[in-house]
Write a protein that binds this ligand. Structure first.
Ligand code: HEC
Length: 126
């Protein structure tokens, strides 16, 4: 009995966590509107000021095909660094301080909840 109720409690917690991230992802999608001036989620869309952000989870930094990156982002990719949720959250807080001399002229996001929601959303885009 005890293990059955523990299992139920765990299942409930997992469901709650999933619901939370689905909500976060929706909030992130709304926030992404401000990024869409420069970023697409469609790798085939030409003429954007920034690289496409499809499949960002696990993607090596500075490697969207056909995009001309700044030396600092290319160097980060060459070192083998890639994007995950934590790195993206830190980047969105202050893009310039993470990659000095990068060409993304967007300000950081001041609210932790916004950074988190955007990171959750972007990590889900294949
Ligand atoms: C004014 C245009 C502009 C806006 C707005 C903008 N970006 Fe960028 N972003 C860029 C450019 C340009 C680069 C490439 C920077 C470089 O090469 O140094 C970039 C790079 C990135 C990268 C690195 C991608 C890679 O392939 O390594 C991420 C992640 C990113 N932006 C996320 C965002 C998010 C999220 C937002 C919205 C909060 C945003 N950007 C808003 C122009 C923009």
């Amino acid at each position: 009995m005890r293990s059955a109720s523990a299992a139920l409690a765990i299942a409930g917690a997992l469901l709650a966590a999933q619901a939370g991230s689905a909500q976060e992802s929706e909030a992130g999608e709304r926030l992404f509107a401000t990024c869409q001036a420069c970023h697409s989620l469609d790798p085939a869309k030409p003429g954007m000021a920034g690289p496409h952000l499809a499949g960002l989870a696990g993607r090596r930094i500075g490697t969207a095909e056909g995009f001309d990156y700044s030396p600092v982002l290319r160097a980060a990719g060459a070192q083998g660094l890639s994007w995950d949720e934590e790195r993206l959250k830190a980047y969105l807080a202050d893009p310039d301080s993470m990659f000095k001399g990068s060409w993304m002229s967007a300000p950081g996001l001041g609210r932790e909840a916004d950074r988190s929601a955007l990171a959750v959303f972007l990590m889900r885009q294949r």
